[in-house]
Structure formats: C-alpha cells, structure tokens
Design a protein around this ligand. Structure first.
Ligand SMILES: [Zn+2]
Length: 92
C-alpha cells in the first residue's frame, strides 16, 4: 500500500466524516430519514461554482443525502441539481 502524507490522510478523513454525516440526514428529494445513501455533485457552471464558493482553479464537491429508492428513479440527477440550486442565494 502506498503511504500518504498527513495532509492527505486528514483530507480523506474529513471527506469520510462528511459522507457519514450526510447519509444520516434526510434524503434531499423525498425526506426519508436517514437517507442511507449519498451522492456527490460537481458544480461546473460559473454560476454554480460561485454559489458553492469554489476558489478559482479549484473544484468544490457537494455531498448530499440520497436514499436508494430515489437513486433508482429516472431523471434523479436533474432533480437533485434542481433541489441543490433551490438552496442557493448568490449576491454579486
Ligand atoms: Zn429519497
């Protein structure tokens, strides 16, 4: 196994903690609690990157709770993006 430095381990632990916390929250689409699953959204448009305060040249990931029944529905990722964007308030 490849060794990683302390910085990488802290970052991986922080990401893992965020994921564990997220799966205990209500599903972003139906409210089932706990969601028991999660997804990751990568904002790519300028508006979305501004909304999640992604520094220039960096990627900011959005982890969200998503239950298995919702994961199996058609168009789930479009609805997830719409739900996430509904939380945005961007003032410039
Ligand atoms: Zn759901």
């Amino acid at each position: 196994m490849k060794k990683t430095d302390g910085m990488g381990n802290r970052s991986a632990q922080r990401e893992w903690d965020a994921l564990l916390l997220c799966v205990r929250r209500p599903c972003i689409l139906c409210g089932r609690t706990p969601a028991g699953g999660a997804g990751i959204w990568v904002p790519t448009s300028d508006y979305d990157r501004l909304a999640v305060r992604a520094p220039r040249g960096k990627v900011r990931l959005v982890v969200y709770p998503l239950c298995q029944p919702c994961q199996a529905t058609p168009g789930v990722y479009d609805r997830v993006e719409k739900a996430i964007r509904a939380e945005f308030v961007v003032l410039s």
